[in-house]
Design a protein around this ligand. Structure first.
Ligand code: ZN
Length: 85
């Protein structure tokens, strides 16, 4: 079983537990079950400056918009082709 890092939402304690994928772990500090699994244990916290992240988001949005436009164009083409006798 993999080791996951958890953070307690009650007291903020962080701890590691061996759990199955669907399991939660109770806080080792206060016993609360309001814990959430952290996914950042392997890679260090992002040191990317905020501006770079915003630019990356903008670029992804642009790609999605381009893909959407492409689908619209394709469906128009198909419709136009279908309307021909
Ligand atoms: Zn706790």
């Amino acid at each position: 079983m993999p080791i996951y890092e958890f953070e307690c939402e009650e007291c903020g304690a962080r701890f590691e537990e061996l759990v199955g994928a669907a399991d939660a772990a109770a806080c080792t500090a206060c016993g609360s079950e309001r814990t959430r699994r952290l996914y950042s244990e392997v890679s260090p916290p992002s040191r990317q400056p905020r501006g770079a992240k915003v630019r990356a988001d903008e670029s992804r949005r642009g790609e999605r918009e381009a893909a959407r436009q492409e689908r619209i164009t394709e469906s128009r083409k198909r419709r136009a082709a279908g309307e021909k006798p």
